[in-house]
Write a protein that binds this ligand. Sequence first.
Ligand code: NDP
Length: 326
Amino acid sequence: MFKALLLEQQDKQTIATITQLDESQLPAENVTVAVKYSSLNYKDGLAITGKGKIVRQWPMVPGIDFVGTVLDSTDQRYKAGDEVVLTGWGVGEGHWGGMAEKARVKADWLVPLAAGLTPLQSMQIGTAGLTAMLCVMALEEAGLTPEQGEILVTGASGGVGSVAVALLAALGFSVVAATGREANHDLLLKLGASRIISRDELLTPIRALDKQVWAGAVDTVGSAVLAKILSQVNYNGAVAACGLAGGFDLPTTVMPFILRNVRLQGVDSVMCPFARRQQAWQRLAQLLPTSFYDLACEEISLEEAPAAADKIMNGKITGRVVIKVA
Ligand code: NDP
């Protein structure tokens, strides 16, 4: 038997309980993992609170990411004792996820723990941090360099945002952190932001083309905030868009694209191919300073996950939350 957080549906409500499961209940796949840590992402918040249609079959063990040790594997790439990381692929949505002491998953979904990272650090980064790295890679591939000007990060005190701030600062960019929380200004400066703007400054009326202020941006918010950024990006600038914390609509025009050569690059971490994931994990291991782990991460128990899920839904989580599973 092993401990798990289990989500069930009663009268269209999602009920989350800590329970004991039997290994025979695990889904049939080719690698069984003893999970050490999972982490709390926005999507986990949606799943656990039932506020988003994330869970595709019931009952469900949530947890879109985890790190752990292989217990047994019928796939040649992995053997008992290997340390592995999983993010995405619909795990914690349509397939039992990381908020349990054991998980059984497809070998294709795993990556070996990157050299230089501890298991704990890998979940302090987690899906949110991997996504931040993919956003930064998208900006680099669009040709952005530190000389070109400031990079804006929205939702900066959240999981993706805080890692993006730390990564861009480590790469020598001037980072402007946009946040709705004054209490986090000091933290964001310590993570490497060169200055802070209020979220409200991005919620003023949107013009098709505004004054050019940003060389590029990492946007986790979407909606009017993303539209505003697009109208303010420099000629030849680029925006990596990965989130919808402010809404999934996009009230923009084609003007920034056709008159300023602006690039809008979508970023998805869920189906990201293996080689690119591995590259992103290696860069995270090299780039993230210890100050990120010290300043922006907290650890909670599996029992505390439902309350933390409520908090992330209400924009009350700062940085990254790791869930100690075993
Ligand atoms: P968090 O909740 O940790 O961070 C989101 C941040 O956005 C908050 O901390 C807050 O930052 C800001 N925010 C919250 N609500 C609003 C609002 N209504 N308007 C404007 N800003 C708001 O979540 P994550 O960092 O885990 O995820 C961020 C987004 O990225 C989510 O939408 C998530 O779904 C998406 N995501 C996408 C992935 C992908 O593969 N594409 C992978 C991972 C996440 P502050 O208080 O500083 O303003």
